[in-house]
Design a protein around this ligand. Structure first.
Ligand code: FAD
Length: 394
């Protein structure tokens, strides 16, 4: 990596580091100059009691598998098992644990090659620039992450109403949560997970001749809920197919990631958690008023406030809204953006948006500090391209 960056410097070329997106580059790694594929930089270097040192090209799925062998895990399990550690940290990839931050928040130290081809070990305050660095500060080669002892989870899935979910604060009430919300009808498929009780209460005696397992009870409840909703569906695709069979238990990295493929037309926003209910209602009202239809449910998750200077959850507990539009639904994508921006939203770096330095300066109190670190780490702007320049400025 050092040689690659120095050679690029000698040729006056710019470099964009990339992980798993090397073959199908997303917006932040599309470049007309050099794309530096870091996905071969793999391997777990060391697992200690509550830390793992891992090379930046390691895929999340392999990292979770290796950690499991040492009886460890990460506190956050994103949906993207194919993402690399460097890409996930660079983008601030989140999971669905309402009291946990993103993968970037788990970073305790990082090693990177800066714009002059020098190796830096980053810890302390500057780490907050690296946590969601968008590949603008250097090429991450290794990252040290905080680990936790994994707990087996039992997962649940239930049809609910949005008002109930908000009144009960369901999204905050469990170790892991997410909701698919039909907007504007307010129908919800709520999913949650909690550690399996290691010492469950004895099962109540059964009436002779009946066999009623917990799994069977849940399957029946799910079936009832789904047929109740199916009798009045907002769209043909509602409700979404059940993610798990009833009574499913497993390790977090086994049961939590959603196997649905990532949709490149997804509009994703991070809004203050307390604004969630009002924002969903406003989104429904605005779409209805304009005759626009959200044809797929809005995926909602919560996450804790971040310290990463450019992390969309910086400084506030956050509700993430993933709005799956189609390429032909540009007006809807823009409308969602306008509504969620009004709710003090910040676009997720994975989604398409029109934000630039002016928006960043207003919405991110740490934007100027990020630029100071950028000036120090990459004074010649080795790690840029027109797309990144549009967002961060020159
Ligand atoms: C199936 C699927 C599910 C997903 N689910 C989620 C989810 O649940 N939550 C979520 O937040 N996101 C999710 N995403 C989006 C995900 O955040 C990004 O796809 C992920 O960050 C990409 O990782 P990558 O290795 O492909 O990085 P890339 O796309 O290659 O890079 C991402 C950013 O990191 C930088 N970068 C990459 N490698 C390095 C490096 N070594 N050093 C410095 N900078 C680097 C790049 O320059 C770029 O700015 C999902 C994506 C997919 C495909």
């Amino acid at each position: 990596m050092v040689t690659a960056v120095r050679r690029a410097g000698e040729r006056g070329a710019t470099v964009r580091p990339t992980g798993a997106s090397a073959r199908v580059p997303g917006a932040l790694v599309r470049t007309t100059d050099l794309l530096l594929d870091c996905s071969a930089l793999t391997g777990v270097v060391a697992v200690s009691q509550d830390r793992v040192l891992v090379r930046a090209g390691e895929r999340l799925a392999s990292l979770f598998a290796e950690l499991a062998e040492s009886g460890r895990s990460l506190a956050v399990v994103p949906d993207a098992p194919g993402a690399t550690v460097g890409g996930a940290v660079g983008m601030g990839v989140y999971g669905g644990a309402p009291r946990e931050g993103s993968l970037s928040a788990q970073v305790v130290a990082a090693r990177l090659v800066d714009g002059r081809g020098e190796v830096r070990t980053v810890s302390g305050a500057e780490l907050d620039a690296v946590r969601c660095g968008l590949g603008a500060l250097g090429v991450l080669t290794a990252v040290e992450l905080r680990t936790v002892e994994p707990e087996r989870l039992q997962v649940h899935e239930q049809a609910r109403r949005l008002e109930e979910v908000l009144d009960e604060d369901l999204l905050r009430a469990h170790a892991w949560t997410e909701c698919d919300v039909a907007v504007p009808s307010g129908q919800v498929i709520a999913r949650w997970a909690d550690p399996v009780d290691p010492d469950p209460a004895p099962a109540p005696p059964r009436a002779e001749g009946t066999v009623t397992t917990r799994a069977a009870v849940r399957a029946e409840a799910w079936g009832r809920a789904v047929s109740r909703l199916a009798s009045n569906p907002p769209w043909a695709s509602w409700p979404p197919p059940a993610r798990w069979s009833a009574g499913t238990e497993g390790w977090p990295y086994e049961v939590l990631p959603d196997p649905q493929p990532w949709d490149p037309d997804t509009a994703e926003w991070a809004i203050p958690a307390e604004a969630l209910g009002a924002a969903l209602r406003e989104l429904g009202a605005a779409a209805t008023a304009r005759g626009l239809e959200l044809q797929r449910p809005v995926r909602v998750r919560l996450g804790a406030a971040e310290t990463g200077l450019l992390h969309p959850a910086y400084g506030r507990d956050t509700a993430w809204l993933r709005i799956r539009t189609r390429a032909s639904q540009e007006p809807l994508r823009r409308l969602a953006g306008a509504v969620l921006e009004d709710a003090s939203g910040r676009p997720a770096w994975t989604s398409r948006h029109e934000w630039g330095p002016d928006e960043l300066a207003v919405a991110y109190p740490g934007a100027a500090e990020f630029q100071r670190v950028r000036d120090d780490y990459d004074p010649d702007r080795r790690f840029t391209d027109p797309n990144l320049e549009r967002i961060l400025g020159p």
